[in-house]
Design a protein around this ligand. Sequence first.
Ligand code: ATP
Length: 676
Amino acid sequence: MSAHDPLALERSHLAASRAALRAMRADVEALDIKDVAANWVNARVLERQMEERITALADLADTPLFFGRLDYETHAAGTTFHIGRRHVHDADGDPMVVDWRAPVSQPFYRASAKEPMDVRRRRRFGYTGGELTAYEDEDLTDASAGARSSRLLQAEIERPRVGPMRDIVATIQPEQDEIVRAGIGGTVCVQGAPGTGKTAVGLHRVAYLLYAHRERLARTGTLVIGPNASFLRYIEQVLPALGELNVAQATVDDLVAHVEVRGTDSPDAARIKGDARMAEVLRRAVRSGVTMPVEPVVVVRGSRRWRVPAYELEEIVRELLARDIRYGAAREALPQRIAHAVLVRMEEAGEAPDDRVQDAVARTPAVKAAVRAVWPAVDPVKLVLRLLSDAAFLAEHAEGVLSAEEQRTILWAKPARGPKSAKWSAADAVLIDEAKDLVTRTPSLGHVVLDEAQDLSPMQYRAVGRRCATGSATVLGDIAQGTTPWATPGWREALAHLGKPDAAVEELTQGFRVPREVIAYASRLLPAIAPGLAEATSVREAAGDFAVRPVGLGELDAAVVAACRAVLAREGSVGLIAADARIPALAEALAEAGLAHLAPGEETSAAARLTLVPASLAKGLEYDHVVLDEPAAIVAGEPDGRTGLRRLYVALTRAVSGLTVLHAEPLPRELAQASA
Ligand SMILES: Nc1ncnc2c1ncn2[C@@H]1O[C@H](COP(=O)(O)OP(=O)(O)OP(=O)(O)O)[C@@H](O)[C@H]1O
């Protein structure tokens, strides 16, 4: 190859960039912190920061250091920038690779011949196992040229899946990039059909925000909320691969884990407990202990007695009740207010008390006793326990808010003896979280990404909303995939519960996962499960491998095992999705056939590629080939028909390249026939 061969030049730039990255890492490793860290605590903090920096500077063998290049027209006199996952500079500090999140990288995702953004040429690179093997150029100077589809882009989208979710930095699409780079100030809500990249976009958005607002978010924190632990395991490597190691992940249940959850609610009870009206019931209940003082407070200091009459105490209490502060904060303020009233009297009597006197008065037994009597401490757990156990107490605070029938539905059949023995449900834990927040304000993070948001109850939205009250959120979801009895009917309503009513709602419709034929098949369910939602398109060009096979009664397990074996002969991950109730039988059938299988979220590898997925855990996951067991059983596994069909829709849309549906029972009517 000649020295002017572009591929050879790019390879040598790659080698030089790698060397530069090694040098950057060596520099950090060589730093001696003993001289700069003033004390032990500082030294520990610094050490951790350095370890993280060293990890972030690792050159990962299988992730290319750069995946693109921009040749600018006029910017810095036609400069060329290589775009990669992290910034790399040479010994003089000049950039060898610029971070994909930097402003100069943005045209890589957005520029077009119509709007070249000062870019002359966009180059994409193709890699094979860490080796730079191909490149593809796009000339953006000719506005009349139509947009060409990129072979490398297509290859990246259609690459077989193994292992956990990957980042998409090399191929973020323009409409996705707009969401990724939206300002930190506003909350963005994304409605998107299965596989349109909502999760990917949410994770890249966190990475982008951390780059653009590093200090602010390091102080306030970021959090990604997902539907369950296996989903969180599936996505947990995306941000570290992008160099971001400090983003917390949790489920909503994790956020509100104030009690041990051992009970379940009937769908009706759960729906009422998740209803936003419960917030009003709780607010009343928390404040119900406040009683108007009937006795004066008499404080004895030295030889003198100071008396604050009941009517004046009442004024103080009323004023605190009217203020928009937490119950606990008001309770803490009350002794000082009473002490202040005492001080005013001292001053009137010619004394000159200072702040210390006020503090001392606030701590006198008389003041403390008055506070206990008029503004008692509230234990949120005990309060919720009482609401759910004590019909009269609930009735008192739910009056005009919940009907008598609704009150009966949420009351425990057997009142709990105490917080430890109570069979708390997930919805109860959310009520406790609300009550806690009424007493003491929940701290807010800087940014929260909420995935699969359609499944949250209004009370859960409120719980998440508290955690980003002074920050912003990215809300991701698909109304058609809502499978809880309280699934959100619309984003405006959900955003209002979240406390972000003005958030922008965007829609993604380009599907990157599901083959055309498969998405068309699954979309037959849309009129029944989410009328009005548009069917997703599919950007995948490779024809999917799709079959629906009826089998004889009693032959289903064997047919399913055979189908798994057949698809395992090919490349990529395999997911066997079935109704939760079918899982034990299928696990046994697989074991008998000598087919090892994993649980969802467990990492697939070249050796272990088959995952047995209960339909209730399929959300958000994807497999190259999906074998779908008995659709009718998946529908029947849910408390109502619509939820059943939505669960089926989720299961049908997990396939990247192939779907085999096997059924012994008739298919659900909505699926059996194409809608008009
Ligand atoms: N721009 C892109 N380039 C390449 N792959 C992409 C792109 N956008 C999304 N993908 C891939 O498409 C698949 C689906 O993405 P993702 O899981 O984020 O979709 P989703 O909208 O969250 O789906 P669901 O509604 O099923 O949860 C993933 O494998 C993701 O990596």
